[in-house]
Design a protein around this ligand. Structure first.
Ligand code: GLN
Length: 205
C-alpha cells in the first residue's frame, strides 16, 4: 500500500512537496491540526521561515504530538527551514524557537547570506545516484557542526554539509521540491518504507 505522507502546511513552500509526491504516485495530507497526524507514515517540514513555522506549530497545538512522533522515530524530511527545525542547536535563532533535535547538528539560520545571496550548485549525493543533484539554496541554513551519529550525505564544493541523515530523519539545506529531480523525495520514501516494515504506527504510541 502507498504510504500516507503528512506535509506541514502552516507557512512556506509546502504545496510544491505535495506536487513532487504526486509525481511519485504518493498521496499527501496537509497538516495544520493534530488530527491530521493520525495514521501518517512520515512527515515533510518545508522551507519557509523557521521562526514563523515554529510559532504556528505551537499555536496550532502541534508541538507535543509532533515532538512525540519525532522522538518515536517517525520518518521526517526537513528542507531548509525544515532542517533548522529538526536540528539540535540554532546559533542565530529566536530564544523561543522550537528545536526538535532529531538531527544532531548546529545550524546558522541564514549562514549562507540573505535572499540576494541565493545560489544554485550541482551536488554530488552518492546515495541517490551518480548524476549531480541541482541544489537550490535560498537563505539556506549553514551547518556548523554535527554529532557523532549524524551522517553527511552531501556537501557543497567548499565542504559544508548540506544533506544530513540521522536514523529516519533526513535534512536538506536546499529546496529539492523546486526542481524536477525527484531523487531526494524518493530517498525519503524509501526511509518511510523501511521504517514501516520495522516500527509500529507512530501516532498510536
Ligand atoms: N533561513 C530561513 C529560516 O530561518 C530558511 C529559509 C528557507 O527555508 N528557504 O527559516
Amino acid at each position: 500500500m502507498a504510504p500516507k505522507i503528512g506535509i506541514l502546511a502552516l507557512q512556506g513552500d509546502w504545496a510544491r512537496h505535495g506536487e513532487r509526491l504526486r509525481e511519485l504516485g504518493v498521496n499527501s495530507v496537509e497538516v495544520t491540526d493534530p488530527k491530521d497526524l493520525i495514521d501518517i507514515d512520515g512527515l515533510i517540514i518545508p522551507g519557509g521561515e523557521s521562526t514563523t513555522i515554529s510559532r504556528l506549530i505551537v499555536s496550532c497545538g502541534l508541538e507535543d504530538p509532533l515532538s512525540k512522533m519525532l522522538r518515536n522515530d517517525m520518518p521526517v524530511l526537513g528542507t531548509c527551514a525544515g532542517l533548522i527545525l529538526l536540528a539540535s542547536k540554532v546559533l542565530d535563532g529566536r530564544d523561543d524557537q522550537l528545536k526538535f533535535g532529531v538531527i544532531d547538528a548546529v545550524v546558522k539560520r541564514n549562514g549562507f547570506g540573505r535572499q540576494v545571496d541565493s545560489f544554485e550548485e550541482m551536488l554530488e549525493i552518492e546515495t541517490v545516484g551518480p548524476d549531480l543533484f541541482p541544489g537550490v539554496f535560498i537563505r539556506a541554513p549553514f551547518v556548523d557542526g554535527i554529532g557523532p551519529n549524524t551522517q553527511v550525505l552531501a556537501t557543497t564544493a567548499t565542504g559544508v554539509p548540506v544533506v544530513l541523515r540521522q536514523g529516519s530523519a533526513l535534512g536538506c539545506a536546499f529546496h529539492p521540491e523546486l526542481t524536477g529531480d525527484l531523487r531526494i523525495h524518493q530517498l525519503f520514501l524509501s526511509i518511510v518504507k523501511s521504517a514501516n516494515n520495522t516500527v509500529l504506527p507512530f501516532s498510536k504510541s
